[in-house]
Design a binder for this molecule. Structure first.
Ligand SMILES: [Zn+2]
Length: 472
C-alpha cells in the first residue's frame, strides 16, 4: 500500500467532522461482522469452526460435529441432492450484502479523502446508496433464513451458528451509518462541532463597545463557505488544509466586484479600451486571515487608546478619497471598517504568481529592487494600474488580485523615497531612534501619474479575490 496515500487518509480522517469519522469506523466494523456471519470458504472447509451462516453441524451422541461443506451435509446425511431454494436465496442476499458493505467501506474512505465540498456532496450519494442497499440485502437474507429454517425437517437435528444474528447486527450498524450520514451537515468542509457562531456586533456602530465586541470575536468572515463564517479562526488553524478558493457565484458579490473593476478603469492611461471580468474566485486562507485580523486588532486598540479615528486620506491628498471607495457596493462595503482606513485595492501580477499569493499572501520581501518607496506591498486604486503588471503578450485569462489593506494612520508622500518601514511621524524618517515617537502605519505615494498604496508588513494585506479578465 502506498504509504503517502495512507498518511493522507489519516490526516484527512482527523480533519473531517465527527459524524464522518464515526461512520467510517462503524462501516469497517459492520463489514467485518458481515464477513464473519457469512463465513469464508476456508472456514467451511476447516469444519472446526462454528463461525458462518453456512457451516452446518449435527449432533452426535456426545458432541456437535461440524460438517465439511454444506453440500456434504445435505447430500450425505440427508440425501438432499441440492440446497433448498430458500437457502440459496438467503445465501445470494447475504453475499450481495457483503459486496455492498465492502463498496460502502470504500466510499467512506473516498468521502473522507475528498475536500472539495461539491465533489463531496456527490460522493455522499454513493454512501447513501450502499449503506441502505446493505441494510436491505441483509434484512431480506436474515428474514428468509429465520422464517424458513424452522420448517425444514433436516434442520431439527442440525445446529446452526448464531451468525445470522451477527448478520442482523451488521445490518443495524449499516442503518446507523446511514443515519449518521443523514444528520451530518455539509455546508462547509470543516464544520465545527464546538463553539457558537457569532453574527456580528450588537452594540451601536462606532461605539467603544462595538469595537470591543469585534476584538473579542476573531472570526472568519461571515460570507466564507469553506471555513464557515462567524467561527473563531483559531479553531481552523489546526487543520491541515487551510487555504481554499471558491468560485464566486453570488450575483451581488460578483457585480460589486465587476463594478469596482470597471468603475476605476481609466482608459486614458493605456493602449486598449477596456477590460471585462470573466470570473472571480474568493480566497479563503485561514492562516493569512488570522494574521490580518491580528493586525486589524492592533489598529483598533491603538485608535481606542487615542480616542479618535484615523485621519482620512482626502484630508491630505488633492485626489480625494480612495478611488475604489467611490465605486463600492454591498456586500463589499459592509465588509470593511472605514474607521481603520481599511480599503479594497488592486494588485496586478502575472498569472503564474497568483497561486503563490493565494497560499502565502503578498510578501514585501518578494517585491523587486528599485521600487519607488522601497521593499513593500504595493497596491493600486484603479484597475488600469494593476493591468499594467499583467502579461502583455496575452489578452485573456489575465489575473489581478483584489486585496484588503489596512492603511490605518497614513503618511502621504509627495515624492519617491526609499523606506524600510513607514516613517516616524515626528522625524519623517524610518531610522528614528526615539522610542516615544510613533510611526505611521502605511504610505500613500501621491505621485504625478498614479497614487500608490504601500504597507511594509505582509500581514496588513489580505488577498481576497482573484479576478480573471480579458482585454477588449
Ligand atoms: Zn522620530
Amino acid at each position: 500500500m502506498n504509504v503517502n496515500a495512507a498518511l493522507y487518509f489519516i490526516e484527512q480522517f482527523f480533519d473531517v467532522q465527527k459524524s464522518y469519522r464515526a461512520c467510517f469506523l462503524f462501516a469497517v466494523l459492520a463489514w467485518f461482522l458481515q464477513v464473519m456471519a457469512l463465513g469464508t470458504y476456508d472456514w467451511m472447509r476447516a469444519g472446526s469452526s462454528s463461525m458462518g451462516l453456512w457451516t452446518y453441524c449435527n449432533y452426535t451422541a456426545t458432541d456437535f460435529k461440524c460438517c465439511q461443506t454444506l453440500t456434504n451435509f445435505l447430500g450425505k446425511q440427508h440425501k438432499i441432492p441440492r440446497m433448498p431454494t430458500w437457502l440459496s436465496a438467503a445465501l445470494v442476499f447475504e453475499i450481495l450484502g457483503l459486496v455492498s458493505s465492502m463498496i460502502f467501506v470504500v466510499s467512506c474512505i473516498v468521502l473522507i479523502c475528498i475536500s472539495d465540498p461539491r465533489l463531496r456532496k456527490k460522493a455522499k450519494v454513493f454512501n447513501y446508496i450502499f449503506s441502505l442497499a446493505t441494510v436491505i440485502f441483509v434484512t431480506i437474507g436474515v428474514l428468509v433464513y429465520w422464517r424458513e429454517y424452522s420448517s425444514e425437517t433436516w434442520s431439527s437435528e442440525a445446529r446452526l451458528s448464531s451468525s445470522y444474528g451477527i448478520s442482523a447486527t451488521s445490518g443495524i450498524i449499516h442503518l446507523i451509518c446511514f443515519l449518521l450520514l443523514f444528520v451530518s451537515s455539509d455546508n462547509s468542509v470543516h464544520s465545527l462541532d464546538e463553539g457558537r457562531r457569532w453574527n456580528g456586533p450588537v452594540s451601536a456602530p462606532g461605539t467603544k463597545e462595538f469595537w470591543e465586541e469585534i476584538l473579542e470575536h476573531p472570526t472568519t468572515p461571515m460570507h466564507w463557505t469553506q471555513f464557515e463564517g462567524g467561527y473563531n479562526v483559531k479553531k481552523y488553524l489546526t487543520l491541515r488544509d487551510q487555504c481554499q478558493t471558491v468560485e464566486v457565484t453570488d450575483q451581488k458579490e460578483l457585480s460589486a466586484i465587476q463594478k469596482l473593476v470597471n468603475g476605476t478603469w481609466e482608459s486614458r492611461f493605456v493602449g486598449h479600451g477596456n477590460i471585462k471580468v470573466t470570473g472571480v474566485e474568493r480566497i479563503e486562507n485561514v492562516d493569512l486571515w488570522n494574521n490580518y485580523i491580528h493586525e486589524r486588532a492592533k489598529l483598533i486598540r491603538s485608535f481606542l487608546n487615542n480616542g479618535r479615528p484615523y485621519e482620512k486620506l482626502e484630508n491630505h491628498s488633492n485626489r480625494g478619497s480612495v478611488f475604489t471607495a467611490r465605486y463600492m457596493d454591498t456586500p463589499l462595503t459592509g465588509a470593511l471598517y472605514p474607521e481603520l482606513n481599511e480599503v479594497y485595492l488592486f494588485h496586478g501580477t502575472k498569472a503564474v504568481f497568483v497561486d503563490n499569493i493565494m497560499k502565502k499572501g503578498l510578501d514585501p520581501r518578494r517585491s523587486a529592487d528599485g521600487t519607488k518607496m522601497g521593499r513593500a506591498n504595493y497596491c493600486a486604486e484603479s484597475s488600469t494600474k494593476s493591468d499594467q503588471y499583467a502579461d502583455y503578450k496575452q489578452n485573456s485569462g489575465l489575473k489581478m488580485i483584489l486585496v484588503r489593506m489596512l492603511l490605518g494612520w497614513i503618511f502621504v508622500a509627495k515624492d519617491a523615497q526609499q523606506f524600510r518601514m513607514p516613517p516616524c511621524s515626528t522625524c519623517i524618517t524610518d531610522s528614528c531612534k526615539n522610542r516615544n515617537h510613533k510611526h505611521y502605519d502605511s504610505i500613500v505615494a501621491d505621485l504625478p501619474d498614479f497614487r500608490e498604496f504601500i504597507v511594509y508588513d505582509a500581514d496588513k494585506c489580505y488577498p481576497e479575490y482573484i479576478i480573471t479578465y480579458k482585454r477588449c
